[in-house]
Design a protein around this ligand. Structure first.
Ligand SMILES: NC(=O)NC(NC(N)=O)C(=O)[O-]
Ligand SMILES: [Mn+2]
Ligand SMILES: [Mn+2]
Length: 529
């Protein structure tokens, strides 16, 4: 029985269920035993191999050797009775993967919180580390013209169509360490397991892990820079988009010895016939998996999104001498507009008619809007930003998401109408610019059923029992998979995260869920053997 949770789009924070965290403490105890047992096995192996030289070196070695075995054997018996599941590779898919998540999570441009934006100094350090991990897994690596890090295995006699697996290495500001990173690290770890077990070269298709350079769009506000370039849908004009310091995308690439131009940008595009499909592992960034007590889900589709930049200009003046009735205050106008945006997005049905003029919506769109529309003002800045000056200008961002693209356009149309009438009434000028648009996308049913089967298999191997379900969820968060859907079919695997919290240092994934994600990707890759 498959439960369909696609109606769920909101991030209600659920009380954290203590049970999984109890299991984490149990795992801590198990890991101690595993470590002692590993140590014991290592001692035993060394002792066996060097028994003769031990014998020679310290005459009474048999006495010493038997003391050693007396110490080792009960520990190793206890450990093996603990059912050490060596064929589940916890050392690689859990312990090393978790250690790498923490290591990468410390690479930041900021002191005290995690921030890693497009080709920043921290991003360069992260790129080098990810490349090292890819090579440790037996992959051939390179960095492309948009700063994406690639790791590829080209098995002999393999089919030409490659399976792409990826996620992003950039972060938001004050980010969690799992958003993006988990998808990169679990893919590398799964390939490392195939490598250490000698199966990497027997894959039927080439497999390429891609760590994308910019999914969050924090530095340039346009997102999916890396994945859109590979999918061949990055407008060349993006190279000239400036960041807050005035540096363009092209300048930043050039600063890092990457010479990407309008002329050679198209060389980054992959040909559809060279790609089998794209798969992404990502934290859910929502509360559903935790609320149903399951670690993994597949993704049915990803909500569409638009990012706007709104500039409101008024009459800058002295806070002490301009009468209230004579002010043209852009900050108060912006505040009223932001509250109107919230009212519109909480009750779209009150504003969007089924048969309106341009931007009209059918009843389906209005219904889907009410269930999935979310709007956010995440950034606001004023000029000159002094306490005794009536601002001259205010700039703020608007992030609008819904599963219905027609509905999203209708909301933008309504917001624009409201903005212009409000600004006329307040005698301020308003400008709305579109910085980013991505239509809603559906994941491929075939890829998703393979991911679902792999997730079942992984969880059954981990727990030894049939788990209840691998749910099907909609994603309110955007992903590089949206851009990659222009190139090939896409599939996504979601991993439970504590409280559904993301874009926050409180973001957390259980170690066993990291392990489950790696095992699921390994099982998925093994269908390609
Ligand atoms: N997985 C994400 O956090 N993606 C974020 N980035 C984009 N581009 O959607 C977002 O804001 O949802
Ligand atoms: Mn994110
Ligand atoms: Mn993400």
């Amino acid at each position: 029985m498959t439960n369909d949770y696609t109606h769920t789009m909101t991030n209600i924070v659920f009380e954290v269920d203590g049970l999984p965290f109890e299991r984490e403490r149990e795992r801590e105890r198990e890991r101690e035993i595993e470590f002692i047992s590993w140590l014991a096995h290592e001692f035993a192996a060394i002792a066996m191999k060097t028994q003769s030289s031990i014998h020679y070196l310290c005459k009474s070695s048999s006495f010493l050797f038997s003391i050693l075995l007396l110490i080792i054997s009960p520990i190793s018996t206890a450990a093996s009775s603990h059912g050490l599941k060596n064929d589940l590779f916890p050392e690689i898919l859990r312990d090393e993967a978790v250690a790498r998540l923490y290591e990468l999570g410390k690479i930041s441009d900021a002191d005290g919180y995690l921030e890693r934006t497009f080709l920043s100094p921290a991003s360069i350090r992260a790129m080098n580390l990810i490349r090292k991990w890819m090579e440790d897994a037996g992959l051939t690596t390179w960095v492309d013209g948009l700063g994406n890090v690639h790791g590829r295995v080209e098995p002999p006699n393999a089919n030409k169509k490659a399976l792409l697996i990826g996620s992003h290495m950039d972060t938001v500001v004050d980010a969690g360490m799992f958003d993006g990173a988990l998808g990169i690290i679990s893919a590398i770890s799964a390939l490392k397991v195939l490598n250490v077990t000698g199966r990497l070269r027997h894959l039927k298709h080439p497999v390429e892990v891609i760590a994308f350079s910019d999914e969050e769009g924090v530095r340039f506000q346009s997102t999916f820079l890396g994945s859109a370039a590979i999918a061949g849908v990055l407008p060349v004009s993006t190279l000239q988009v400036p960041d807050k310091s005035g540096l363009t995308v092209q300048n930043v690439l050039k600063e890092n010895s990457i010479d990407t131009t309008e002329e050679n940008l198209s060389l980054l595009k992959y040909e559809p016939e060279s790609v089998l499909g794209y798969v992404e592992v990502h934290i859910e960034q929502g509360p559903v998996l935790e609320s149903v007590g399951l670690p993994l889900a597949v993704v049915k589709g990803i909500a569409g999104q638009t990012r706007l930049k709104v500039t409101v200009r008024g009459s800058q003046g002295h806070a002490g001498t301009v009468p209230m009735s004579m002010r043209q205050d852009p900050l108060v106008a912006a505040a009223e507009l932001i509250v109107s945006l919230e009212t519109l997005c909480k009750n779209p049905q009150d504003f969007i008619s089924n048969d309106g003029p341009d931007g009209n919506c059918n009843a389906m769109s209005v219904k889907s809007l009410s269930g999935s529309l979310v709007c956010t003002v995440g950034e606001i800045s004023t000029w000159p930003s002094a306490s005794n000056v009536i601002p001259g200008q205010v700039v703020f961002t608007v992030d609008i998401r819904t599963i219905d693209d027609v509905g999203r356009e209708a909301i933008i149309y309504e917001l624009s109408n409201q903005m212009h009438s409000l600004c006329d009434r307040r005698s301020v000028s308003c400008l709305m610019e579109r910085k980013h648009d991505a239509n809603a996308v559906s994941c491929d049913g075939g890829l998703n059923s393979q991911l679902k089967t792999a997730a079942y298999a992984a969880l059954k191997r981990m727990t030894g029992e049939d788990i209840g379900d691998v749910p099907v969820l909609m994603s309110g968060a955007g992903h590089d998979a949206m851009a990659m859907s222009h190139l090939t079919k896409i599939g996504m695997l979601f991993v439970r995260c504590r409280g559904g919290i993301s874009h926050s240092p409180e973001e957390h994934v259980l170690e066993d869920d990291v392990w489950a994600a790696g095992l699921a990707i390994q099982a998925f890759l093994e269908t390609n053997l």
